[in-house]
Design a protein around this ligand. Structure first.
Ligand SMILES: C[S@@+](CC[C@H](N)C(=O)[O-])C[C@H]1O[C@@H](n2cnc3c(N)ncnc32)[C@H](O)[C@@H]1O
Length: 215
C-alpha cells in the first residue's frame, strides 16, 4: 500500500499523466500500420500500450505487448518480465518498439537502445526528457522524482541535452523519421514549468529502411 504522502502525490499526478497519455497516443498512432506487432519496453503499468490499442484511430490488428524489468502485476496488457539486459526476442521480430521515459532510468542506455534497435524491424519510438532552457536540470529532476517516487521506480537523474540526443542517434546508427526537440505534453500551467523543451520525442528507423515513414 502507498504511504499517505505518496498516495497524495499519485492522486495529483493522475490528471497530468492522463494528458501526457493522450499526447503520446496522438504522436505514436500515425506511425503504426495495420497488423503491427509492437513492444512497449519499460511499459510500467501498461496504460500507454492499452490506450494505443483502444484508440479508434489505431490501425486494425495492432498488438502492443509490454517488456518490463520490474513487472507490477495486474497490467491491462500482456507483459513479459526479463532481467533488464538482453531482450528475449529474435532480431527484427517486432515491427516497432516504444521506449517511453525509460532510457533515463537505465544505467546503460546505449545497451538498452541497441536491444530496441535489434528487435525492431521498422521503428524505435523514443520519448524521454531533455536538458534545454533555464534551470532545466532542476525542473526535469523534480518532475522525474514526482512521477516515479509513488511507484518506487529509482531515478538516476541523468538526462541528455539536444546535442547528446543527436550523438545518441548517431551511435545507434538509426535515422530520424520524426524528431521533436520539445513537446507540449502537459495541461496548461504545469506545461509552462515542466513541458516544452524539457521533452524529447523521436521516431527512429533503420538507416537502410525505405518504408519506415508515417503510415
Ligand atoms: C517512468 S516509468 C515509464 C513507464 C511507461 N513507459 C510510461 O511511459 O508510462 C519507467 C519504467 O521503465 C522500467 N525500466 C527501467 N529500465 C528498464 C529496462 N532496462 N528494461 C525494461 N524496463 C525498464 C522501470 O521498471 C519503469 O517501470
Amino acid at each position: 500500500m502507498l504511504s499517505l504522502p505518496k498516495a497524495v502525490m499519485s492522486a495529483m499526478h493522475r490528471p497530468i499523466y492522463r494528458h501526457r497519455l493522450r499526447v503520446l497516443v496522438d504522436s505514436i498512432i500515425p506511425h503504426l500500420r495495420a497488423g503491427d506487432e509492437v513492444l512497449d519496453v519499460g511499459c510500467g503499468e501498461g496504460t500507454l500500450a492499452r490506450a494505443l490499442m483502444d484508440d479508434p484511430r489505431c490501425p486494425e490488428g495492432v498488438r502492443v505487448r509490454g517488456l518490463e524489468r520490474a513487472p507490477r502485476g495486474g497490467e491491462p496488457i500482456e507483459v513479459l518480465g526479463y532481467d533488464g539486459k538482453a531482450f528475449p526476442f529474435e532480431d527484427g521480430s517486432v515491427d516497432a518498439v516504444i521506449v517511453a521515459d525509460v532510457l533515463h532510468h537505465e544505467p546503460e542506455p546505449d545497451r538498452l537502445a541497441a536491444e530496441c534497435a535489434r528487435v525492431a524491424r521498422r521503428l524505435v519510438i523514443v520519448k524521454d526528457h531533455q536538458i534545454k532552457g533555464p534551470l532545466a536540470r532542476q525542473r526535469v529532476s523534480f518532475i522525474d522524482w514526482a512521477a516515479n517516487a509513488p511507484y518506487g521506480v529509482p531515478c538516476l537523474y541523468r538526462y541528455n541535452t539536444p546535442g547528446q540526443w543527436g550523438a545518441f542517434r548517431e551511435r545507434l546508427g538509426m535515422e530520424a523519421a520524426e524528431e521533436r526537440s520539445g513537446m507540449r505534453l502537459y495541461p496548461p500551467v504545469f506545461e509552462q514549468f515542466f513541458g516544452g523543451s524539457l521533452q524529447y520525442f523521436a521516431v527512429l528507423r533503420h538507416a537502410k529502411a525505405t518504408d519506415g515513414g508515417v503510415g
